[in-house]
Write a protein that binds this ligand. Structure first.
Ligand code: NCD
Length: 311
């Protein structure tokens, strides 16, 4: 059984719970292909999307997921909320809790903000990305997409390329891959590597071209300009020359290898426009998986016991 009240980091889930979420997501993906996509599982429940940082994909994806399961979904962003008037996160938590919401999805620039809310609210808290720390639902959708395209991740080599030091996406993806039997490899200039890459379960390579042909997945990251104090590379053009995925590098990819990106993509920096539109670049499959995975997670969290496939 799925016993999680909150999802604050990917480490909260056992391997079995990750697998359960992905297989439940498979059923939801099929439901999402139907003409009528709505189920009554969360009817009467309220989902609040509390986004204190910009988001397109994650917020929309949670909103669609909640609505497809019949919940009432409320969105608020910091610019339109009391936070902009100086309210503390603890007071915001108390306010939301007093409204008896059932699931709160939090995105915040401070690592640990979802954990703070979890200590102060009765509803289920889901981390929608906190600072440079974790983005666990991104990891679930990434694992789902990898499984779809390359089969089990066990024994596979996943290159995570770019601004790893500032990336919550890498912070949750690498340890999950390692635990599921894959080999995550961070590929970046030294200034974009975390202080101790091994803590995240990853190996390190400094030259994309040396390792490209051995990768099953090339997972590209956006340079997190909003988190770094000034750029850690001499120029974006130089970065693109050494670490960007382009047409020539695509020719050297192994058979069956894919390119992934959590979005938003910076075309011309970490990915060239033609690679972004190449069939081996599966970013839109990641987006599709995001809705199914988030439906599965909320369904399992609130204790949906019935077989989804039978719905
Ligand atoms: C990522 C994020 O916000 O952490 N985007 C996302 O959720 N899909 C990655 C990024 O902003 O680069």
């Amino acid at each position: 059984m799925f016993a999680r009240h909150n999802l604050l980091t990917i480490d909260d889930l056992t391997n079995a719970e990750i697998e359960q979420t992905l297989s439940t997501a498979q059923s939801f993906k099929e439901i999402n292909e139907r003409e009528i996509k709505k189920l009554p599982t969360l009817r009467g429940l309220t989902v609040i999307n509390a986004f204190f940082e910009p988001s397109t994909r994650t917020r929309t994806s949670f909103e669609i997921a909640g609505k497809r399961l019949g919940a009432d979904v409320i969105n608020f962003s910091s610019s339109g909320s009391a936070t902009a008037k100086g309210e503390s996160l603890a007071d915001t938590a108390a306010t939301l809790d007093a409204m008896a919401c059932d699931i709160v999805v939090v995105r915040h620039r401070y690592s640990g903000a979802p954990a703070l809310l979890a200590g102060r609210m009765r509803g289920h808290i889901i981390n929608g990305g906190d600072g440079m720390h974790q983005h666990p639902t991104q990891t679930l959708l990434d694992l789902f997409t990898m499984q779809e395209h390359i089969g089990t991740v066990k024994g596979k080599t996943i290159g995570i390329v770019g601004d790893i030091a500032h990336s919550r996406v890498a912070g949750s993806l690498a340890p999950a891959l390692k635990r599921l039997g894959a080999t995550p490899v961070f590929i970046a200039p030294p200034t974009y590597l975390p202080a101790v890459p091994e803590e995240l379960g990853a190996e390190v390579a400094y030259a994309l071209d040396d390792i490209l042909a051995d990768l099953d997945v090339v997972y590209l990251l956006r340079i997190q300009g909003e988190r770094a104090d000034g750029r850690a590379v001499p120029s974006l053009r130089e970065y693109a020359t050494h670490f960007g995925m382009n047409r020539l590098r695509m020719e050297r990819l192994g058979a069956g290898a894919i390119v992934m990106h959590p979005g938003p993509m910076n075309r011309g920096v970490e990915i060239s426009a033609d690679v972004a539109d190449d069939a081996r670049c599966v970013v839109l499959d990641q987006v599709t998986a995001g809705v199914a995975v988030r439906m599965a997670l909320m369904y399992l969290m609130v204790g949906g016991g019935t077989d989804v496939a039978a719905t």
